[in-house]
Design a binder for this molecule. Structure first.
Ligand SMILES: [Zn+2]
Length: 263
């Protein structure tokens, strides 16, 4: 299948490994059935902007051309640092997009990706977010109704919890279980008075389709290896794990590739 790469689509069901796929306009390429088999991904060398579709020599902000990366609100710094939201100043790059994406319920959560971490996400896509970071379990703490509010709360939590995933450790597997219900109690005790009612939603456990975790992490990329191939050993987060190395599909968003199931 030929496609322009973007994030893998994921489907979660309780007690089953996450189901991963890639797609183009007409086809869906299911990746789980290929685990244990030979797969090749050949890059054409072309990068096509995910927003405008134009060819770009370099990808900015995971798949955009330079002009789009300067124009889209989703590519603004406030997207990664929501506590710096500048909508109220009237300087949002795309106020309508901001209204639809930043002034909606957001969740502060605790996850176990390479260890305990705090994070935030739009409530409607929290499961997707947890899978994308390779968390083996996650639990929501509280919902607030804007990205700015949740961003400010997360800044406060960063003094008490890590907020980054060590992706190498995440990919090596063997992440130890954490009692997230207990950790949520700690988190709730840290909530500022009157901020809202904490959530009681159950912890979500996430299983990944992985036959074998790599002992040593070799990071593959299309600049050095235009044709990435090998036995697909598993998928975790947005990474494909081959016997030849790992590739973060998300960071190659916009790359035109051809996926071939060899045998
Ligand atoms: Zn563009």
């Amino acid at each position: 299948m030929k496609t322009v790469l973007s994030k893998m689509t994921t489907v979660w069901k309780a007690s089953e490994p996450v189901s991963y796929s890639l797609k183009n306009e007409t086809e869906v390429f299911h990746l789980n059935p290929l685990i244990g088999q030979q797969l090749s991904i050949q890059s054409s060398g072309k990068i096509l902007c995910l927003a405008c579709g134009k060819k770009t020599s370099k990808s900015f902000q995971q798949g955009y051309c330079f002009p789009c990366s300067r124009k889209l609100a989703s590519c603004d710094m406030c997207s990664v640092r929501p506590e710096t939201c500048h909508f109220a100043k009237g300087t949002c790059r795309e106020p309508e997009w901001g209204q639809a994406n930043c002034f909606i319920p957001h969740t502060l959560y605790l996850a176990n990706s390479s260890g305990l971490k705090v994070g935030i996400t739009r409530t409607r896509q929290r499961l997707t977010r947890w899978i994308d970071q390779g968390a083996i379990a996650a639990i929501p703490v509280i919902n607030l109704d804007s990205r700015l509010a949740i961003g400010e709360l997360e800044s406060h939590f960063k003094q008490h919890f890590a907020d980054k995933t060590n992706w190498r450790n995440m990919l090596k597997g063997g992440v130890e279980a954490i009692d997230l219900d207990e950790k949520r109690k700690t988190a709730i005790a840290l909530l500022p008075d009157g901020i809202g009612i904490p959530l009681t939603d159950a912890r979500v456990d996430i299983l990944y389709p992985v036959l074998e975790y790599p002992k040593k992490i070799v990071s593959l990329n299309f600049e050095k290896t235009p044709r990435i191939e090998g036995t697909l050993l598993g998928i975790k987060g947005q990474y494909l794990i081959f016997d030849t190395g790992v590739i973060n599909i998300r960071s190659f968003s916009g790359c035109e590739v051809e996926l071939v199931h060899i045998c």
